[in-house]
Design a protein around this ligand. Structure first.
Ligand code: GDP
Length: 193
């Protein structure tokens, strides 16, 4: 799998109309700081195309990255900042729900969970929305380099149990540092192109 080019093509705010893409889309959801920008950058082989978010107040948008002029990686707004006003919380929910509901070319939804943490109420809600919209979520357990080999199985089990995942659903440990898990994600994308 080779990345030839990648560009940020479309940015949708709360009031923008979603694009009517005809090429396959692969979406990424997860709470702020989970490592979503790092993953998307890693998949695109770019250091800084997707913003890495140190600012909690960053605007909530859906970003479409066009890769190899062939498919889109879709960066959904990060959720879960306690500081955000209630209205904002509802906004990300509506945006994500609307996107999942509207896209006709969405192939997979990847839900990112920090491998060190038990999934939060928001994570569980996101997981359920994905299922409700008819997709089988693929869980990416991020920051896998932060745990050692003996800690990994326990952490994975906790995520599976908390989300109540069927045994045949995929959970892929990923590290932006070592790029562990990247080939597996490429394989999934490749299968759906
Ligand atoms: P986002 O808010 O979900 O887009 O998260 P970012 O990609 O901006 O990552 C949040 C923080 O976690 C940054 O300081 C990253 O450097 C760090 N980070 C992201 N992925 C990894 C990873 O796989 N391993 C480690 N050790 N740190 C990571």
């Amino acid at each position: 799998f080779k990345i030839k080019n990648a560009e940020l093509e479309i940015v949708c705010g709360i009031t923008s109309k979603l694009p009517n893409n005809t090429q396959p889309e692969f979406a990424f959801a997860g709470k702020s700081n989970v490592g979503k920008s790092s993953l998307i950058n890693g998949l695109m082989n770019r250091k800084n195309l997707a913003r890495t978010s140190s600012e909690p107040g960053k605007t909530q948008t859906i970003n479409f990255y066009h890769v190899n002029s062939e498919f889109y990686l879709v960066d959904l707004p990060g959720y879960g900042y306690a500081k955000r006003a209630k209205g904002e919380v509802e906004k990300w929910g509506k945006m994500i729900e609307n996107y999942l509901h509207t896209s006709r070319v969405l192939k997979n939804v990847f839900l990112l969970i920090d491998i060190r943490h038990e999934p939060s109420a928001n994570d569980i809600q996101m997981y359920e929305w994905i299922v409700h919209q008819g997709f089988e979520p693929i869980i990416i357990a991020t920051k896998a380099d932060k745990l050692n080999k003996s800690q990994l199985p326990k952490a994975i089990k906790l995520i599976r149990q908390t989300l109540n995942m069927p045994a045949d659903e995929l959970l892929i440990p990923y590290s932006a540092v070592t790029k562990k898990g990247r080939e597996e994600i490429y394989d999934i994308i490749n299968e759906r192109l």
